[in-house]
Design a protein around this ligand. Structure first.
Ligand code: TRP
Ligand code: ZN
Length: 881
């Protein structure tokens, strides 16, 4: 057991820092065993602080102090106390120079936080609290400082030396060493500091901003990867242009650098002028990266670039405000992808993430509002709630205020807060003030956790020709929040007439009707909206474009859902109606299977799917989405008690039945959608998506001829999208072609780490018997290592979070193995360990036997001596719930 329980940090305890750091000049002596960090800081009292005689408390993490001076004088021993986590200095003058020299060990740093090595190069990761692993500092986002950085290192081993801002000098330091000095003209919190040193090659380009600034663009990668940087570079230029066009925001330095590193915990990091990326979100060629990868790279490049304004120029006052920058920046990257691609298809992907990952989080032991009020380890709060639900909360403001109103709010936000560290309240105030809007009740979205349930019911009055729509809301209790107040929910909706036409909408009392859709504001627990001049019983299309992150409940008939799938003018809702229909069919089959009744696929569902497939008017990307069944994970979420075996059985049954019933159609479209050489365009990737859905159904019956077809596609594909899709099919069948394809793939791609991640992931998510044993063997494969997060995510996290059948094996073998991995990872990289252990969070969803097995593993994890606060927080909260 731990000797002491980690501390909880509370929002209510926030106080301004007693000191500010006006400037810092840093010098890094990078060496082969340890690194010395010399800092000269200009420190003054903070006029905004009420604490007059407070000591200066600089925080550290695993640090060794070499020396400390105030105004050039070595400090007497009674003026300070020091430990690996703190340097406390008493009796400071109102303003002083403070020189601190620290020694650190980047070579043995496996946490990937602070300064660390990856493939012989040096990199930093400082968000959220990594800077304190580099030196003693006021490591909090509201301390914004001007930085200069001098890097000294061996010239041969580390020819490239990068940091934030502009390069102002370089030279020789003798003994084979050289130096480079960087100055960042913008104040920034320490979490945006970055340093990179090593052997790297660069792809360069230029962008001219609309006011005429010439910006040098650089993408730095390890040798051998230059040919995979062109898509990333094109994405950077599109992002810069888009932010100018849509938000009037320009880049503000003469140079913008991206560095790709293979060992990285998250996707990427927005360090000022020097973004550091996981290689996964930079490197792509058609042969090695899928359409999904190309889209994700564009989105993540956009995301980090957009942070320059939403995050860096205006930053967070404290980490409780994390969604201020993350929710807003996700909203911006989503809009970027939607403006460049297909709005409906992008929206579907966003909502799939929200439902499959955020809704479960909001219903589980880690449920937290997008502005939390407490945390143990801030790294545990880089969540789908903060990011994706945070983006939904921004999107709702956009929906309520309209595009022009939202833009006015953004403009005011920057006018008021450029250069400041602010709160989510400041953001909402700018939106409200710029529009004269009342967002008081809306702000509850920032404070209340949980997914609201929106119950809708309609009543047609044939005599009065009116339609009454009643909307009622409620929100389940979450840890620490037993009662909830009503939210302000924007409900975008329309009414469909008999032929599927959209009816004009006039509320009783209004002078004129609105053509098409409108946004209703639900603010009470229950409200009725009365539409007049409705000629006949309509079918309501509710929550169009998913206008609020809620669970909609409406007692549609199957026929109404099929009607919406065929006719809704809102493409998102067409897809959603199809998913709802599929969910019903699947849940009914699960119930039949549990009761031992024979399974039968309803004809209405087959015919709805046939109509979608054969509707060549439909965007193929939308068709591909509509023909994909809800995942096993989602079905588990909507069941009272999840039954992973039966869910798998029912879903496979539906796939096999659809494969048979529509066999000629799948084949015809598979053949029709053949294309020439690979291009990454919306049109081409839409066709590939649908064609690969066809392939997957063709193979669902596991007939020899169809498996040969998949194998042929696998062998002949000139791009990873088609090769991976075929391999994913084969990885789930017990057939010699599976072994052949997997080993062929491993030989073909053994030198491409990111492609080998796909290989690991496809095996980890296989439904075949023996998958766990196979996964255990893969941990011994030479491409696998526990120290690389991408490998851990591909093999271990995929197994735990995307293979419900085997993770939830009734004998507990899946749980036991994953818990072993968590314990091993905890000593290497606690942030990664805590992402893996989160797979146990939904233990309450399962039967008592599985609950017991999962709880036992959580207890075993908690019993580990010296367990990290990261894993402690997740595991202990899971058990408390
Ligand atoms: N701010 C980064 C982003 O969203 C997230 C991030 C990158 C991060 N690396 C991290 C968060 C390490 C915590 C720890 O773009
Ligand atoms: Zn971000």
């Amino acid at each position: 057991m731990r000797t002491e329980t980690p501390q909880t940090i509370y929002l209510k305890d926030y106080l301004p820092s007693p000191y500010i750091i006006d400037r810092i000049d840093l010098k890094f002596e990078l060496r082969e065993v340890d690194t010395e960090v010399e800092a000269r800081m200009v420190i003054t009292r903070n006029p905004a602080s009420a604490e007059v005689n407070a000591p200066l408390v600089l925080v550290g993490d695993a640090l060794e102090l070499v020396s400390v001076k105030i105004d050039g004088e070595t400090l007497a021993a009674d003026r300070y106390t020091v430990s690996p986590t703190e340097l406390v200095i008493r009796d400071l003058p109102d303003s002083c120079f403070c020189d601190v020299v620290t020694r650190i060990q980047p070579q043995t740093n496996t946490t990937l936080s602070g300064l660390y090595k990856s493939n012989d190069n040096f990199y930093t990761q400082c968000e959220a609290e990594g800077f304190r692993r580099i030196m003693y500092y006021l490591d909090r986002p509201d301390v914004m400082t001007r930085f200069s950085t001098t890097i000294v290192a061996d010239k041969q081993k580390y020819p490239v030396l990068l940091s934030n801002g502009n390069k102002v000098g370089e030279g020789d330091s003798g003994k084979g060493r050289h130096w480079v000095k960087w100055v960042d003209p913008f104040r920034k919190p320490a979490y945006l500091f970055a340093l990179v040193a090593g052997k790297l090659v660069v792809l360069e380009d230029h962008f001219r901003t609309r006011s005429g600034r010439e910006v040098l663009l650089q993408i730095w990668v390890e040798h051998g990867n230059l040919d995979k940087c062109h898509h990333a570079m094109a994405s950077v230029k599109r992002a810069m242009k888009w932010d100018e066009d849509r938000f009037g925001l320009e880049y503000d330095l003469d140079i913008y650098m991206i560095v790709a590193v293979s060992d990285f915990t998250m996707g990427a990091m927005e360090n000022k002028g020097l973004n550091i990326f996981n290689t996964k979100y930079v490197l792509a060629r058609p042969e090695t990266a899928t359409d999904w990868d190309f889209g994700a790279i564009e989105a993540v490049i956009g995301h980090e670039y957009f942070h320059n304004w939403t995050g860096n120029r205006v930053t967070c006052r404290d980490w409780f405000q994390l969604s201020l920058k993350e929710g807003l920046t996700v909203f911006r990257d989503q809009e970027f992808s939607m403006d460049l691609g297909s709005r409906a298809v992008e929206r579907i992907d966003q909502v799939k993430t929200l439902r499959s990952a955020q809704f479960p989080e909001d219903a589980g032991p880690m449920a937290h509002p997008i502005r939390p009020t407490s945390y143990i380890e801030i790294n545990n709060f880089y969540t789908v709630t903060i990011y994706e639900k945070g983006a939904e909360v921004i999107r709702m403001q956009h929906t309520l205020l309209g595009e022009a109103g939202f833009r006015k709010g953004m403009d005011l936000y920057f006018r008021r807060h450029d250069g400041q560290a602010v709160t989510t309240e400041d953001f909402v105030a700018a939106m409200a003030d710029a529009n004269g809007a009342d967002l008081e009740q809306f702000k509850r979205w920032y404070d209340q956790a949980g997914t609201p349930v929106l119950r809708a019911s309609g009543q047609y009055d044939a005599e009065q020709h009116c339609y009454r729509l009643t909307l009622a809301q409620s929100c389940p209790a979450t840890p620490g929040q037993p009662e909830k107040l009503p939210f302000h929910i924007p409900v975008k909706m329309g009414l469909l007439g008999i032929e599927g036409q959209t009816l004009p909408l006039r509320l009783r009392g209004e002078a004129e009707a609105i053509q098409g859709s409108r946004v209703l504001s639900l603010t009470d627990a229950e409200q009725t909206f009365e539409f007049v001049d409705i000629p006949c019983q309509p079918v309501p299309s509710l929550l169009q474009g998913f206008s609020a992150p809620v669970k909609l409940e409406m007692a549609y008939t199957d026929a109404e859902l099929a009607f919406l799938l065929a006719h809704d003018s809102d493409e998102f809702n067409r897809w959603d109606a199809g998913q709802k229909l599929a969910e019903r069919v699947l849940l009914a089959l699960v119930a039949d299977a549990q009761a031992g009744r024979p399974l039968q696929l309803p004809e209405h569902f087959t015919s709805a799917m046939r109509q979608v497939l054969n509707n060549e008017q439909l965007d193929p990307a939308l068709a591909a989405q509509a023909l994909s069944l809800p995942t096993e994970g989602w079905l588990a979420e909507v069941m009272e008690v999840a039954d992973p075996d039966t869910i798998h059985q029912a879903r496979q049954f539906v796939r096999r039945k659809l494969a048979q019933a529509l066999s000629a159609d799948w084949l015809r479209h598979y053949q029709r959608l053949t294309q020439g050489a690979y291009v990454w365009t919306g049109d081409a990737s839409a066709k590939r998506a649908l064609r690969n859905v066809c392939l997957s159904y063709l193979c669902a019956g596991e007939q020899e001829q169809e498996l040969q077809r998949a194998h042929e596609q696998f062998m002949q594909a000139d791009n990873m999208t088609d090769q991976q899709a075929a391999l994913a099919v084969l990885a789930n069948v017990a057939h010699p072609l599976r072994e052949h394809a997997l080993s062929h793939f491993a030989d073909q791609w053994q030198d491409e780490a990111l492609v080998m991640d796909k290989w690991l992931q496809m095996q980890a998510t296989s439904c075949l018997p023996g998958t766990l044993e196979h996964v255990k063997q893969l941990t011994q494969h030479r491409c696998f290592t526990l120290t690389n997060p991408n490998k851990v995510y591909a093999l271990i996290r995929s197994f735990a979070s995307a293979n419900p059948l085997h993770f939830h094996a009734a004998d507990g073998s899946g749980y036991h193995w994953v818990a072993d991995q968590v314990l091993a990872l905890d000593g290497i990289n606690p942030q990664v360990a805590s992402r893996v252990v989160s797979a146990f969070n939904r233990w309450k969803k399962y039967d008592t036997a599985r609950q017991g097995l999962m709880k036992a593993e959580l207890q075993r994890i908690l019993a580990k001596e010296g367990l990290s606060p990261d894993v402690f927080e997740i595991a202990s909260k899971a058990l408390q719930a």
